[in-house]
Design a protein around this ligand. Structure first.
Ligand code: 5AD
Ligand code: SF4
Length: 482
């Protein structure tokens, strides 16, 4: 029997983060506990990502580190899940004796039962790698604990787009929409527990319902139904593919006040030629017309984006078009990446690969522009009064270590977290006061000093912004919480 104390390491996108949160809750409900320090754990779970870089190497080196850390211990069980597990599969069993479970994205739903069994049957190994036909509905067991102010709800799995550079359709499989009834029930239950900000998650949320598993509900219809959830203050969704965003969704930004005025709309490149070779199925004229319609519907809208530099064949002129489009549109934040060859994708086979040096130089120029622009956006908030939804105390005071972001992809501009945390750590609690952190409607992190003993978790307050830092804002509360 292996002790049921686990440690989870998560890499990659918000989907993975959400999957890990679900796994954590499900394990709690089965009597597992989470180790305070990794070395105390007996069950290690790696939730992996393969969208860029050399993710396999990263996973192997982590597995090596776990092996070293637990040397001489027989009571250790390692599980590898997520996109790398889907690709490498049972190959992990040959290289690492401690790995006794591999699970893919559709296998996650059964991972808790598998872990349960593996802690008892210590000679057993299991793999959960099959793609299921239907959206793999997961049990929703909540143990009593802190209710997060902001939460995530999965609405679909997989992707059918096969953008030339992307591995996701291979690792997460074809698109499978979740049933509207299950989504609405999860949102209702979350809001009833006290979650006030919900983000709907999917690889391409705008094509929700348009697959063999859809129940006829369009994304715009789903959005309106979720927006009606009692007690729901803020609604967001990621990720939107520009080719699929319907006019009805754009209109919803204008008509539903609880849909937050911020949209992530990956542009990838500002050059029509590169977009064509990427297989994105829109050109810049279409992208710009969507932006115009969105801003007409919601003048206070902020846009964020994903950018790939150095896609095969990208010229300096193509890159200049990306930079010019980003400046013109004025993205509040970008996640920008060097192109990375992924095995089995169409782009891997393309000629004219851009050299590392050229790629890095372009990325740097893009990120320099973005950092400066993001600072301006934050600076423009100073003096304004905004509604902040509080998520917890600033980290320094809760005694938490300031974590390294394990998954901050190299070459990412505007990944707020690493900077946010450093800034949070730098916040000094004044004598007799406490610093709380929350987010405004745009999702910007705001730190506020408040009198000691106010429990602001999950509460809102009007805050006058006094100062903008590189990645966050500081303000003072005005009026009463609600
Ligand atoms: N190389 C670089 N960036 C990539 N992305 C996806 N695949 C690759 C790749 N092969 C980026 C895209 C996508 C984001 C999630 O990751 O910008 O929108
Ligand atoms: Fe990848 Fe394109 Fe699907 Fe996004 S839409 S997950 S980039 S294939």
């Amino acid at each position: 029997m292996i002790e049921r104390m686990f440690h989870i390491m998560t890499f990659g996108c918000q989907m993975n983060a959400n999957d890990s949160d679900w796994l954590r809750r499900s394990l709690f409900s089965r009597g597992f506990t989470e180790a305070e320090k990794p070395e105390d754990a007996s069950v290690f779970i790696l939730n992996t990502c393969s969208v860029r870089e050399k993710p396999e190497q990263k996973v192997y080196s982590l597995l090596g580190r776990i092996q070293n850390m637990t040397q001489g211990r027989e009571d250790v069980l390692v599980a590898v899940g997520g996109c790398v597990a889907q690709q490498v599969g049972r190959g992990f069993f040959n290289r690492f004796r401690q790995v006794r479970l591999v699970f893919g994205t559709d296998g996650l739903a059964s991972a808790p039962q598998a872990l349960d069994r593996l802690t008892e049957e210590t000679q057993l190994r299991m793999s959960l790698l099959d793609f299921s036909d239907e959206y793999p509905e997961k049990e929703q067991d909540w143990t009593d604990g802190e209710v997060p102010a902001a939460g995530f709800v999965n609405i679909m799995q997989g992707c059918d787009n096969f953008c030339a550079y992307c591995i996701v359709p291979y690792t997460r499989g074809r698109q499978k929409s979740r049933s509207t009834a299950a989504i609405l029930e999860e949102c209702r239950a979350m809001a009833a527990r006290g979650t006030r900000d919900i983000t709907l998650l999917g690889q391409n949320v705008n094509s929700f319902g348009q697959d063999a598993h859809g129940d006829g509900t369009s994304f715009a219809e789903l959005l309106h139904s979720v927006a009606d959830t009692e007690g729901l203050l803020r609604l967001r969704f990621v990720t939107s593919h520009p080719k699929d965003i319907a006019d009805e969704v754009i209109e919803a930004f204008g008509s539903r006040t609880n849909i937050c005025p911020r949209l992530h709309l990956p542009m990838q490149s500002g050059s029509d030629e590169v977009l064509r070779r990427m297989g994105r199925k829109y050109d810049m004229a279409r992208y710009r017309s969507i932006v115009d319609k969105l801003r007409a519907a919601r003048p206070d809208l902020q846009l964020t984006t994903d950018i790939i530099v150095g896609f095969p064949g990208e010229t300096e002129d193509d890159f200049q078009q990306t930079l010019a489009a980003a400046r013109e549109i004025g993205f509040a934040q970008s996640f920008s990446f060097n192109y990375s060859d992924r095995p089995g994708t169409k782009a891997e086979m393309l000629a004219d690969k851009v050299s590392k040096e050229v790629m890095q130089d372009r990325l740097q120029r893009y990120q320099d522009w973005q950092s400066e622009y993001t600072e301006q956006v934050l600076q423009s908030m100073v003096g304004k009064t905004v509604d902040v939804l509080f998520e917890g105390m600033s980290r320094r005071q809760t005694g938490q270590m300031v974590p390294e972001t394990p998954d901050s992809p190299k070459g990412t501009a505007g990944t707020a977290d690493a900077g946010d945390m450093r800034e949070a750590a730098g916040q000094q609690a004044p004598a007799g006061g406490e610093t709380w952190q929350g987010r405004d409607v745009y999702g910007q992190l705001v730190h506020v000093r408040l009198p000691e003993g106010m429990n602001m978790q999950g509460k809102c307050m009007s805050v006058r912004i006094c100062e903008a830092k590189k990645h966050s804002l500081t303000g003072e509360g005005v009026g009463d919480p609600w």
